[in-house]
Design a protein around this ligand. Structure first.
Ligand SMILES: [Zn+2]
Length: 433
């Protein structure tokens, strides 16, 4: 074993959910070099760290296809009467967050909440330092948004976006830790010069497999405004620039027309829904059933934690289920937080418990046996239990609510100092609220 690789981990006598959504009962899962080995013989079991899997059930850990690292600090402070007012508030108040250190603190708290909810991959903008530090995986986009808070990125974008590859990183086991891509807030917040540049970059060999995330048709107003001034829909515009495809993740899609959905399906473009955040901001709900019927790779993300009341993807599924009822079954829902977002984020061999897949697992404690996988998924969605273990790349990142990779308390302590500044500012300038 190379010095920098982590020790093998053996989860003994566990029940796990396989890629066919069947339970494999009383099995051993060996983790070697950050990947799953389900068929290993006993000779590989020497020198392993061992977890007794009795009374535990393993599922693939969750992948959040849409998240904002910086919004958590605005929770219960920013107005939610409309996205416009929300963005106005956050843009103004983000000027009070003035150092990279403060931004990192907010990101670490956001990631702590993801980790405790069994999430092993986040898809969001920047956060390269925090993601590396936390041990979670990231599909992290270089942010392109004309706003005060992201001005320094936008102004340098033409030169810098060519270099996003330098943000990529691998784990000690040489599996993908960070995959860097591009993050466009929305078509309204970029100009066509940038779109043209991205289109040129996307044609380059070393750029075409980089993920692109973009908020689409999030509000009715924005959707109408875009159509009126451009005479085409956002989807048609993206298609024109060649920016749709399997590496593009369209977020929200609350007001996408049936014709546009056909284009999305035809180009194998991904969609990520955040219905709870949409409802909070007084917007509509997209038709997931129609998207699913068209074969679109569909994920559910949490969105930022100021517009979404929960960091939990299981809670987000419960909310989705309350909206869609039985139109979408448990298996399809579960795939929206496991395999589908891994695909949408450009992570291969992630999202299933399968031979040679990435060793990213959630282990849940059960005090009654489950023989029916569907009932177990239903239990997860209904009860939102915290996993006893979150394993990423074969490492125990969280055990019984305790994060192993960083000092969560210290991050929260500094986080509340930043919150204090925002609360003080709100008191001094009540008109901003
Ligand atoms: Zn968002």
């Amino acid at each position: 074993m190379k010095q920098n690789q982590t020790k093998n981990l053996l989860v003994k006598n566990i029940t796990f959910l396989d890629e066919n959504f069947s339970f494999k009962i009383n099995k051993n899962i060996l983790i070697n070099k950050g990947t799953l080995k389900l068929k290993s013989s006993n000779k590989y079991y020497k020198d392993c760290e061992i977890i007794n899997g009795k009374n535990l059930i393993a599922v693939p850990s969750f992948n959040n296809a849409h998240f904002h690292l910086g919004e958590t600090v605005f929770r219960d402070l920013a107005p939610l009467d409309s996205l416009q007012n929300y963005l106005q508030y956050t843009d103004k108040n983000s000027l009070l967050i003035n150092t990279d250190l403060e931004y990192n603190t907010i990101s670490m708290v956001s990631l702590a909440e993801q980790i405790k909810n069994g999430i092993s991959l986040v898809n969001c903008a920047r956060g390269w330092t925090a993601v590396k530090q936390s041990g979670i995986r990231g599909c992290l986009g270089y942010p392109l948004m004309k706003s005060k808070k992201l001005k320094k990125f936008y102004d340098l974008s033409i030169k810098k976006i060519k270099l996003v590859g330098r943000y990529d990183s691998q784990t000690k086991n040489n599996t993908q830790h960070i995959l860097a891509g591009l993050w466009i807030h929305s078509l309204e917040k970029v100009d066509k010069k940038i779109l043209k540049k991205i289109a040129e970059l996307k044609c380059l060999e070393n750029f075409k497999n980089r993920p692109l995330a973009i908020h689409i048709a999030e509000t009715e107003d924005m959707t109408k405004r875009f159509k009126n001034s451009n005479k085409v829909s956002e989807i048609t515009m993206l298609e024109k620039y060649g920016l749709l495809g399997p590496m593009t993740n369209l977020i929200h899609c609350c007001y996408v027309s049936p014709e546009d959905l056909e284009i999305i399906a035809g180009t194998r473009t991904n969609i990520t829904l955040c219905p709870q955040s949409n409802i909070n901001l007084k917007e509509g709900i997209p038709s997931a059933k129609k998207m699913e019927e068209l074969g679109i790779n569909l994920s559910i993300g949490t969105d930022g934690l100021a517009t979404n009341p929960t960091p939990s993807l299981l809670s987000s599924l419960r909310y989705a289920k309350s909206l869609w009822g039985d139109k979408i079954d448990n298996k399809a829902l579960f795939m929206m937080i496991t395999i589908n977002p891994a695909i949408a984020s450009g992570f291969r061999k992630k999202g299933f418990i399968k031979e040679n897949y990435l060793a990213d697992l959630n282990l849940y404690s059960v005090n009654k046996p489950f023989s029916d996988p569907d009932k177990f998924i239903q239990y997860l969605i209904d009860q939102n239990p915290t996993p006893v273990y979150l394993i990423i790349d074969g490492n125990i990142i969280m055990k019984e609510g305790h994060i192993k990779t960083f000092d969560e308390q210290k991050e929260y302590f500094n986080f509340y100092k930043i919150r204090k500044k925002l609360i003080q500012n709100a008191k001094n300038n009540p008109a901003q609220l």
